[in-house]
Design a protein around this ligand. Structure first.
Ligand SMILES: Cc1cc2nc3c(=O)[nH]c(=O)nc-3n(C[C@H](O)[C@H](O)[C@H](O)COP(=O)(O)OP(=O)(O)OC[C@H]3O[C@@H](n4cnc5c(N)ncnc54)[C@H](O)[C@@H]3O)c2cc1C
Length: 400
């Protein structure tokens, strides 16, 4: 395939970019993927129902599902030790007719499955970083650090939070920092987790243990930056003991399996999600703190939406990267993205404040969720399948 023959270029070969290239190529678009494949780490991603349906439809999930752990229930425990203490809330997926809310999978296993599927499709992968992007009225071209520069009708920017594609398209961002870091690692433990994901709401942020296969869990511990750095340097056995204490020993004795990683918490939202033949997906469009397993799931809804719009444009013989399509993408993604960004921001800030009325409101919200079945079920459905965004791929429909 010569380099002028592409309809779409995807920049960034992280999980979102790999998924975008697969979705586009499976839908019959001539697709180029630019960028090196992301380096492995030992983090996991909790994939919600819609994301799993999309990955199944893209013939990816079948390759890794046996290695994932189901999330049958979610438990929220108020551990702020404040004057107003909220009740413990337990959400069971079976209450809304599901076996699980989602599945937790190691990122490296997801990337392996994506690469295997990628290899079956006619995608041209150029593993070199993109150094420049130029848009004209009719096309968009990228310059690579090495190799032939491809051009296409549309560029999908999956090049993460510091996206050079976003900058080249002239899209500005709103960004902010939080006074916290997320400390992540995987742990083995003595007692079974029973497929329950447990989130303790502490004074510095959520402390969440997400089931992995067997008697092990992945931890996302949001702490003030100094304590997070100090905990990351403790001896492994001292650290495991600190985690066990913070978890009130509900999983018994713990031991660290693998390394710890630190992620300073920040937020970012692009002012526009598409412009000048560039459509932003995943962290190029939005960065949210790792609370409530939202980031990648939100990114997959971006990928599903832009693919669906491109398929519809092709059916109507309309231009693939023109301003109408980009304006439609922007309008379709705005409610979903802003709902998640605001929701996570509010939850995080409500944990950090000692302001009593805020604590009372948070407690009341959790109490209502605990006591009122229809409200709890509506919240669970919204978590698994947000009403603001139901693209076909997320509903499990193949796009062609
Ligand atoms: C601690 C933590 C826990 C999380 N847990 C969850 C979870 O449970 N569920 C969930 O849904 N989300 C979760 N997330 C969010 C999720 O990890 C991110 O949303 C997701 O990784 C973003 O994917 P991405 O592909 O946009 O970005 P990245 O993974 O950053 O990928 C961007 C890619 O672009 C490449 N790139 C950058 N610049 C260029 C260039 N110039 N040329 C070519 N390539 C380039 C990079 O090399 C990289 O491969 C978590 C995040 C964190 C930090």
């Amino acid at each position: 395939m010569d380099n002028d023959a592409f309809e779409v270029i995807v920049v960034g070969a992280g999980p979102a970019g790999l998924t975008a290239a697969i979705a586009l190529a499976q839908s019959g678009f001539r697709t180029a993927l630019c960028g090196p494949v992301a380096v492995d780490n030992n983090r996991t991603t909790a994939l919600l129902g819609g994301s799993i349906r999309a990955l199944e439809t893209l013939e990816v999930w079948q390759r890794c599902h046996a290695l994932a752990a189901p999330l049958a229930s979610i438990r929220i425990v108020d551990d702020r030790e404040s004057l107003v203490r909220a009740p413990e809330v337990l959400f069971h997926a079976e209450e809304i007719g599901l076996a699980a809310f989602g599945q937790n999978l190691e990122n490296r296993l997801l990337v392996d499955a994506l690469l295997e599927r990628l290899g079956e499709l006619p995608i041209v992968h150029m593993p070199s970083p993109v150094v420049e992007v130029t848009s004209s009225e009719s096309s968009v071209a990228v310059r690579l650090a090495t190799g032939e520069p491809p051009s296409a009708s549309l560029l999908i920017a999956a090049d993460g939070r510091n996206s050079i594609c976003r900058q080249a398209a002239g899209i500005s961002v709103e960004d902010w920092d939080y006074p916290q870091s997320a400390l992540t690692c995987n742990l083995a433990h003595a007692r079974p987790h029973g497929s329950v994901s447990t989130e303790f709401h502490t004074r510095t942020g959520p402390f969440t243990l997400v089931p992995m296969q067997g008697e092990s869990s992945s931890l996302v511990w949001v702490l003030d930056r100094e304590r997070a750095a100090a905990f990351s340097e403790l001896k492994p056995e001292d650290f495991a003991l600190a985690v066990e204490r913070q978890a009130h020993s509900f999983l018994g004795k713990m031991s660290l399996t693998g390394t710890r990683q630190l992620f300073p918490l920040s937020g970012l939202v692009a002012q526009q999600f598409a412009k000048n033949r560039v459509a932003l997906v995943a962290e190029a469009a939005h960065v949210i703190p790792p609370i409530g397993a939202q980031g990648f799931n939100l990114g997959l809804r971006d990928v599903a939406t832009i693919t669906e719009l491109l398929v519809a444009a092709r059916r109507e013989h309309a231009a693939l990267g023109g301003p109408e399509l980009l304006a439609r993408y922007d309008a379709m993604r705005r409610p979903d993205i802003w709902t998640r960004v605001r929701g996570i921001d509010l939850l995080n800030r409500s944990l950090l404040t000692d302001f009593l009325p805020t604590q009372a409101l948070r407690g009341l919200g959790l109490a209502l969720l605990q006591r009122i079945g229809p409200l709890r079920r509506a919240a669970m459905r919204e978590g698994v399948m947000p009403r603001a965004s139901e693209p076909l791929l997320i509903r499990g429909e193949r796009l062609a």
